[in-house]
Write a protein that binds this ligand. Structure first.
Ligand code: ATP
Ligand code: MG
Length: 388
């Protein structure tokens, strides 16, 4: 007899006509996530996905940890299995829920029977298990109206299950139900967080990294690959695109006014990402930009940068404070890697005095000596991929 996992659907529950396809997407994503942990059966009942191991070899603890990172799940519970016998159920509740029972000031038991042949009604079984729990934990009182803890008992076909307070899920919507987007992934703190936030809204992400070898070295690239690897337990398997950016950066250095180096470079990032995104059926570009963080992230700079893209540019971090972004980076597990000290292509050839109020006209003028189309095309054609 194996424990099972219950996944409570998040916002999908609020959807109307599309609900079925969201549910299917969530189950399919869960099934993919579960592959390394053994053989599981999944089915959905009343906004809950039931995850049942099919044999004794399944790693339920590993599966539970992995499913905490599944977008579209608001909370999840590991339910302990036992014999379909009232004393076995009570004994399991007393043992399995010891921590929950000691923490709570009050509790009640709720029973669901899908096996209607069980010789007690749901109410009788709740009262019986509740009585024995109250004896075992005399500090925790019974409160059927407003309990701190609800002990759930489920009598199902093959076994009975007991579970208590759920763990928080990753929230958001199932990856893939809101299309796909190219996310510009640097080695910094912000862009892994912005990528994560957009993926949590149900978007399949394709990360793209601009790489200016030899100005930025192999270690910088490895760092970005590590960051993508840290995102994939949340976002699903990723294909990281690496853009050769050296020719563009050297051309800018040799041909453009210094105060426009950064703006022109960022416009090239947008052009390349935009073309690559449209070639790959994506609906948007995503950056980790944050209003006012640096000279290239003022409103005029953002306007001049995004004007070369046809797709919308999403900036999920635009209104956050740095401390909030750092807290999120820690929570999702990217922070320690992000702060490793390697150069990013953005810091190559940075102007001493960047233009503070860049305009479209001046940016276009700054680019006049460049063959913008050819440089963009060359970079897009040179993109290589790393599967993580
Ligand atoms: P981050 O912490 O994400 O690096 P940042 O504050 O250092 O952000 P910038 O370096 O100005 O900001 O970059 C702003 C955004 O541009 C990044 O969040 C990222 O989305 C994108 N970006 C910057 N450099 C690169 C790069 N080498 N490859 C891909 N995207 C990049
Ligand atoms: Mg950066």
């Amino acid at each position: 007899m194996n424990d099972i996992i219950l996944l409570k659907q998040g916002e999908i529950v609020l959807k109307g006509l599309n609900k079925k396809s969201f549910e299917q997407r969530l189950s399919a994503n869960a099934a993919r996530r579960l592959k390394p942990f053994g053989n599981f059966k999944l089915y959905t009942l009343q906004s809950t996905v039931y995850v049942e191991p099919q044999d004794e070899n399944a790693d339920v603890a590993g599966a539970f940890e992995a499913l905490k990172k599944l977008f579209g799940v608001i909370s999840l519970t590991r339910a302990a299995a036992c014999e379909k016998d009232r004393d076995a159920i009570a004994a399991k509740a007393i043992e399995y829920l010891a921590g929950d029972m000691r923490r709570a000031a009050s509790f009640k038991v709720e029973t669901h029977r899908s096996d209607k042949r069980f010789p007690m009604t749901s109410i009788q079984l709740s009262q019986y298990v509740g009585g024995l729990l109250a004896e075992a934990y005399p500090e925790t009182r019974v409160d059927v109206h407003n309990p701190e803890l609800v002990v759930h008992v489920e009598v199902r076909d093959l076994a009975a299950y007991v579970h208590g307070s759920p763990a928080p899920g990753a929230g958001g919507m199932p990856v893939g139900c809101n299309g796909s987007a190219v996310t510009l992934l640097s080695g910094g703190i912000d862009s892994p967080v912005s990528s994560w936030m957009i993926a949590r809204r149900g978007v399949k992400i394709i990360p793209l990294h601009f790489y200016a070898f030899p100005y930025t070295g192999e270690a910088a690239k490895e760092k970005v690959i590590s960051l993508a690897r840290l995102l994939s337990p949340w976002c699903g398997a990723l294909r990281l695109g690496i853009v050769p950016f050296t020719h563009i950066q050297e051309s800018i250095r040799d041909n453009c006014p210094e105060e426009y180096f950064t703006i022109v470079m960022r416009r090239f990032m947008m052009r390349v990402a935009d073309r690559f995104a449209r070639d790959n059926g994506c609906g948007a570009l995503v950056t980790g930009e944050n209003l006012g963080q640096v000279a290239s992230q003022t409103m005029p700079a953002m306007a001049v940068t995004e004007s070369v893209a046809q797709l919308p540019v999403l900036r999920p971090l635009v209104g956050f404070d740095k401390a909030e972004i750092v807290a999120m980076a820690r929570k999702i597990g990217t922070f320690d890697t992000s702060i490793l000290p390697y150069e990013d292509c953005c810091t190559v050839f940075t102007p001493r005095h960047p233009a503070l109020r860049p305009t479209l006209e001046k940016a276009a003028e700054a680019e006049q000596a460049l063959d913008v189309e050819a440089l963009t095309e060359e970079a897009v054609m040179g993109i290589t991929h790393v599967a993580v």
